[in-house]
Design a protein around this ligand. Structure first.
Ligand code: BDR
Ligand code: CA
Length: 314
């Protein structure tokens, strides 16, 4: 089978993506690498271990802890979205601590080592700020030729962000890392709010998960706090399925329409974290240094959301 590493900040929707991965025989999940975002990094590690133990994968899948701060961290602490996912990242439902521990190797080292050991066979699914992926590329600038693919959940290309009008949360978490990664290789795909906000599960559908399958009750329980945030701030009686949608992009990329173009990330000012894509068919008269040296990556601009949501729910 093809190998899969998930870089994650669990997180309610991260948990859904990881459970979907654990149920996908097309891929062998080999590692979870952790980073700050929905929760601080140490808690992301504990949550990754909890999820693997719950899925019965505690022995087979390693956890490698990653960066606790963004690449150019200043004096402010990173933005932690505890108001979206709860202080514990899983809706504050009072889960017991995990039994296992993380491996003795950083996330970036684990990513580089695994891609070198299995050239052309490793897919990396990045569901959080891109610090670990950027650090892996700093360790090995040719890493993009060694992974099979990198699929990134992040960005808001032709729609508003979710941190502010300009920026989506994962890119906002480390815009410098995102700009580095998106400038490093053409061998990557990125999907953001343009498509993930078309994938929702209603309060009623979440309720119906109770008692269903191996993870139904757990997903229902951890989603209540997340649902409350969506009701209050997005004015919908539903949750967005961001991260599991990205896992579907790994499993069935044909359910999305992809367009190639250079992407740059604003790293300063009021648009910090904004992802700008060149979606023009012929480029511009005079590039003025905007995209000329940039690789053209694949960006998801369309989606068969009915099929994607059905796959996630099932
Ligand atoms: C992304 O930010 C995090 O809150 C979610 O887990 C997802 O990865 C959505 O903007
Ligand atoms: Ca996430």
């Amino acid at each position: 089978p093809r190998l899969l590493i998930i870089d994650t900040d669990p997180g309610v929707d991260d948990a859904m993506a990881i459970m979907l991965a654990a149920n996908s025989p097309e891929f062998k999940l080999v590692g979870l690498t952790t980073v700050y975002g929905n929760v601080p990094t140490a808690l992301a590690t504990a949550n990754a271990l909890r999820l693997l133990e719950m899925a019965g994968l505690g022995q087979d899948v390693v956890v490698a802890q990653g960066a606790a701060r963004s690449l150019k961290a200043g004096t402010d602490m990173e933005r932690i979205a505890d108001f979206v996912h709860g202080a514990d990242g899983f809706g504050d439902i009072g889960l017991p601590p995990p039994k296992g521990t993380a491996m003795d190797c950083s996330a970036a080292e684990f990513i580089v080592r695994t891609c070198r050991q299995h050239p052309g066979r490793v897919t990396i699914l990045a569901l959080a700020p891109l610090t670990n992926i950027a650090q892996a590329l700093m360790l090995d600038p040719q890493l993009g030729d060694k992974w099979e693919s990198l699929v990134i959940l992040g960005g808001a290309f032709f729609v508003n962000g979710n941190v502010n009008p300009a920026a989506e949360a994962n890119i906002f978490g480390d815009p410098d890392a995102a700009d580095l990664v998106l400038g490093s290789t053409s061998n990557l795909r990125i999907l953001g709010l343009d498509v993930t906000t078309k994938c929702k599960m209603s309060g009623e559908e979440i309720e119906e998960l109770k008692g269903r399958g191996k993870y139904g009750t757990f997903v229902r329980d951890i989603s209540q706090f997340y649902l409350g945030f969506h009701r209050e701030w997005h004015d919908i009686d539903a949750i967005y399925l961001h991260d599991p949608t990205a896992m579907v992009a790994v499993l069935q990329p044909e359910l999305f329409s992809w367009q190639r173009g250079a992407v740059r990330v604003a790293t300063d000012g009021v648009t910090r974290g904004h992802t700008v894509m060149d979606a023009s068919p012929k480029g511009f008269h005079g590039d003025h240094g905007w995209a000329a040296p940039r690789p053209r990556v694949e960006v998801a601009l369309g989606i068969d959301s009915g099929a994607v949501v059905a796959l996630i729910r099932d």
